[in-house]
Design a protein around this ligand. Structure first.
Ligand SMILES: Nc1ncnc2c1ncn2[C@@H]1O[C@H](COP(=O)(O)OP(=O)(O)OP(=O)(O)O)[C@@H](O)[C@H]1O
Length: 900
């Protein structure tokens, strides 16, 4: 057992040991902390030396102080040694390599000394741009002066540039920016680079040598207080260009330009001079947005003392002293020196020359010829149709019809140039796309003959090879517009069916799947299309439905509508169905056009004469492109292009429908080889003649009804002459009966024409008509009975002793003749008179009829009770054949006078 004293002694000893251990541990910890602290100090020192750069660090009082501490002195020597080692490894090949890279990436004006290029006009069309643009030289710190190498920065579509000036370096920064801009402006054809300048401190005065560019619109100086407007304008521009690139199937403007081998939209280089402070939040956000999205749309920022964060490709130059800076490209430890300033007089002179060149080229009036490509009919319409229609600052402005902009709407008051615009567009398209790629259907509801020249005429036998159908003077024949729409829906159905067979959905895919098929894009132009909707009737109703159908489904099937009108606002039916309007995403506004652009877009009001707003974005303001439209209607413009295209001789003439003229029977396609009596030309895209079959079956007689003598005579004559042509001489007989003395001469002339054709003719102009003809014959007999009602005086005469009227015999002839090949083609001068002849039960004996000046309501009984929508109009008739028609056709009686 231990005593208390001994225990206390042992406890004190243990405590002492513990304290010793603790002291040891604490001492070790202290040592560790000191070592870590030293390592940390060394790292921080190394960092600050690297940040400052060796040259600066050497002079920096804090670094000098720190170098005095032994632990950091070692670090200093190590950094120097490492630097020397790396530099020795890099030198001398490193600078040479950099020189080579800059020479390759910044060729010519982009990298050469200004003495070589300043004052020369750029020739580059801007398809591809140099990758880098020289700004100065750099040298590794402490390295000998002759080891400097050139420094260039990426610009335009590749990166923005931020420059932070230091104390007293602003003038150096200004001249760096000026040199860069002049390099850009002198590389490309004047007009392809546009500079926007905003300086928070000044309205004028920045970059004075570039001021001459303002006269040509190449430099726009913005109000220091209106940065919002500039940013909004840029944002709108970017949206429009993005939409344009998407339509072209590309993701950026640059790829569009590379694909086309030329700049299609100028670069906008936006130079902002700030004061180093952050912009107000809203502006800063908008600027960041422009920076993020701008490069793909050719908007390039050069931000001087305007904070801009790097959420986009961005290079920076930071000036410490006037002629010393660091750049993000070269990093720390490399001193950047900007190139010496340009000679200011020469710089200003160069800017004047660039502006003057653009003004001169713009000043040269652009002509229709400038819309045409070097080689005709070379493009494929696989993806779209694209052609320039005018010029903005000498650069072409195009229209595109494709999946994204399937249809176009053109508006402008009378005389504003709509038709001329159509000619410019049709010329541009026809010059690029062969008839295998493009088919045109052209309809003009105006009075006049605007498209007539596109079809062969008496004076000019040429036609536009791509035209398949030309309709002029259609103003009173709205049925023709309807027929065109019906034809287009049929074509749509045909294409949809073929697409289904090939298991594809779009025209481009169909063309790939069926390379041997004939699948051109179809453009249907309807000038003054509001005429289609001019009545509150069945035609308006049907046109509305059909137009909507074509507009909706045409998009993917390569069927494009181009609708022009003086007064879009006035088309009631159109507004009730806004689908058509919405599908027309390409909008063209002539000066003072109303309603065609978006409501808040007033660009058309301030438009000069012979200009148009071309807008591929449904009329929204950011889509506006203002172009001067060359004269395409004057002699020697469109007509001479047509002559050139036609001369190749590998196209078929288009069909021509001219509502102002009666088609001559002699020219009718069907008259060459008639299948039956030709009654007139049907108002339809096929431009075929109406006819009936005269088979030996009951009811195959034809009644012509009405008092319009001239038209009735035409129909009777064309029927007779075509039947005479259909049958070989001696294979049929004619009876030609006329009870109206005033018509005798003409009827006799017809009879002699039939005789001349080798047929036997039984001509009667008196009471002998009542003797009629037997209801059966050995060979076909055609009874041409003119003004049947006038013969009633003889037909109703009752002869003793039987007191039987010959009228009954006529009824029997009508009833029994057709089955025995004795057909009557009779003209009655009124529906009541026809009924008098037919009697109570004779309705079935008239299988087909043509009505002239008879109201539709009166005709229902002759068409199985259906409602006939017909208001008589001169030179038009309505034709119904019970055995083939569900609804009647409107026809134009032929001009039969010129026939021998
Ligand atoms: N870009 C142009 N340059 C020169 N002349 C033009 C131009 N555009 C139109 N014209 C001329 O102006 C006149 C009217 O043009 P156009 O027939 O194209 O107008 P519009 O809008 O179709 O008129 P309307 O609706 O009355 O037919 C024509 O004589 C035409 O030659």
């Amino acid at each position: 057992m231990f005593g208390i004293g001994e225990r206390r002694q042992r406890a004190r000893q243990a405590l002492e040991e513990l304290r010793a251990v603790l002291r040891l541990a604490l001492g070790a910890a202290e040592g560790g902390r000191v070592a870590a602290q030293t390592a940390k100090d060394q790292l921080e020192f190394e960092q600050s030396v690297l940040r400052l750069g060796l040259a600066k660090a050497r002079l920096d009082p804090e670094v000098t102080d720190a170098r005095g501490r032994p632990a950091l002195a070692d670090t200093w020597h190590r950094i120097i040694a490492e630097r020397d080692e790396i530099y020795t490894g890099w030198h001398p090949d490193g600078p040479n390599r950099l020189r080579r890279i800059v020479a390759e990436s910044a060729p010519g004006t982009a990298g050469g000394p200004w003495q070589d290029w300043l004052g020369r006009l750029g020739q580059d069309a801007g398809g591809t741009a140099p990758v880098m643009w020289r700004i100065g030289t750099a040298v590794v710190e402490q390295a000998p002066r002759d080891d400097d190498f050139p420094v260039a920065v990426p610009l335009l579509d590749r990166a923005h540039l931020r420059v932070n000036s230091g104390p007293d370096s602003r003038s150096v920064v200004d001249s760096l920016v000026e040199t860069l801009l002049l390099r850009l402006l002198s590389t490309f054809t004047p007009g392809l680079v546009r500079v926007h300048l905003w300086d928070i401190g000044h309205l004028t005065g920045s970059l004075p040598n570039l001021q001459p560019l303002t006269s040509a619109g190449l430099l726009t100086v913005h109000d220091p207080t209106r940065l919002d407007d500039l940013l909004a304008d840029l944002a709108g521009h970017i949206r429009r260009v993005h939409a344009q690139a998407m339509r072209a199937g590309e993701t950026s403007l640059r790829s569009v330009c590379v694909a086309r081998g030329q700049r299609v939209e100028p670069w906008r280089v936006v130079v902002l001079f700030g004061n180093g402070e952050r912009l107000p939040d809203e502006q800063h956000r908008e600027l960041q947005r422009v920076a993020r999205t701008g490069l793909d749309a050719g908007v390039n920022l050069i931000a001087v003392d305007v904070p801009l964060s790097a959420n986009c490709p961005l290079e920076t130059i930071i000036f410490g002293e006037p002629h010393r800076a660091t750049t993000s490209l070269t990093g720390p430890g490399v001193l950047f020196r900007p190139d010496p300033a340009l000679d200011s007089t020469q710089a200003s002179r160069a800017a004047t020359a660039i502006a003057a060149d653009l003004v001169a080229r713009r000043g040269r009036p652009r002509t229709f010829e400038d819309l045409l490509p070097a080689r005709l009919e070379q493009l494929t319409s696989h993806e779209e149709l694209r052609a320039p229609v005018g010029f903005a600052d000498g650069a072409p402005v195009e229209v595109v019809l494709g999946d994204a902009t399937p249809h176009a709407l053109i508006a402008g008051p009378s005389g504003s140039g709509k038709t001329n615009f159509l000619y410019a567009m049709l010329g541009g398209l026809a010059a690029r796309y062969s008839p295998a790629e493009l088919e045109l259907y052209l309809l003009d509801f105006k009075e006049g003959v605007s498209f007539a020249g596109l079809a062969p005429g008496r004076k000019d036998p040429s036609w536009l090879p791509q035209a398949r159908l030309v309709g002029v003077n259609v103003n009173t024949d709205r049925e023709f517009g309807l027929a065109l729409l019906r034809f287009l829906t049929q074509e749509l159905a045909r294409r949809a069916e073929a697409a289904k067979q090939q298991e594809v959905t779009k025209l481009a895919e169909l063309r790939e799947a069926d390379p041997d098929g004939h699948w051109p894009r179809i453009v249907a132009v309807i000038d003054e299309f509001q005429a289609l909707f001019s009545g509150r009737d069945r035609i308006t109703q049907q046109a509305t439905v059909l137009l909507e159908d074509v507009a909706r489904r045409g998009r993917s099937q390569g069927i494009h509508l181009v609708l022009a009108s003086q007064d879009i606002a006035g088309i009631e039916a159109f507004w009730g169905k806004p689908a058509v309007f919405e599908q027309c995403t390409l909008r063209i506004a002539m000066p003072k056009a109303k309603r065609v652009l978006a409501e808040t877009n007033n660009a058309a009001f301030s438009l000069p004469r012979w200009h148009a707003v071309i807008n591929h974005d449904s009329g929204v303001a950011h889509g506006n492109q203002v172009a001067h439209i060359p004269d395409a209607s004057a002699k020697g413009t469109f007509d001479s292009l047509q002559a050139r295209l036609w001369a190749t001789g590998n196209s078929m003439a288009p069909k021509l429908f001219d509502g102002a003229h009666q088609p001559p029977l002699a020219d009718a396609l069907d008259f060459a080889n008639p299948t039956g009596p030709l009654l007139g030309q049907i108002i339809d895209v096929s431009c075929r003649a109406a006819t009936i079959s005269l088979d030996a079956v009951p009811g195959r007689n034809l009644a012509v009804i009405g008092t319009a003598t001239e038209d009735a005579m035409s129909i009777m004559e064309s029927s007779a002459l075509s039947l005479a042509r259909k049958h070989s001489p001696g294979s049929c007989d004619f009876s030609v009966w006329c009870a109206v003395p005033a018509l005798t001469t003409r009827v006799c002339a017809l009879a002699s024409k039939l005789s001349l054709a080798g047929h036997s003719v039984d001509l009667r102009t008196d009471a002998t008509i009542a003797d009629l003809t037997p209801a059966s014959a050995e060979r076909p007999r055609f009874v041409l009975f003119f003004a049947v009602d006038a013969a009633h005086q003889w037909l109703e005469h009752k002869e003793p002793p039987l007191m039987k009227a010959k009228l009954d015999d006529l009824r029997a002839l009508l009833r029994n003749g057709p089955a025995n090949h004795v057909h009557t083609i009779g003209w009655w001068r009124g529906i009541g008179r026809l009924k008098d002849t037919l009697g109570f039960a004779g309705g079935d004996d008239i299988g087909a009829w043509v009505a002239l000046d008879v109201q539709g309501a009166e005709l229902g009984t002759l068409a199985a009770g259906q409602v006939i929508d017909w208001s008589p109009r001169p030179r038009r008739a309505i034709f119904f054949d019970k055995s083939t028609h569900s609804s009647p056709d409107v026809i134009i009686p032929f001009d039969t006078q010129d026939l021998p």
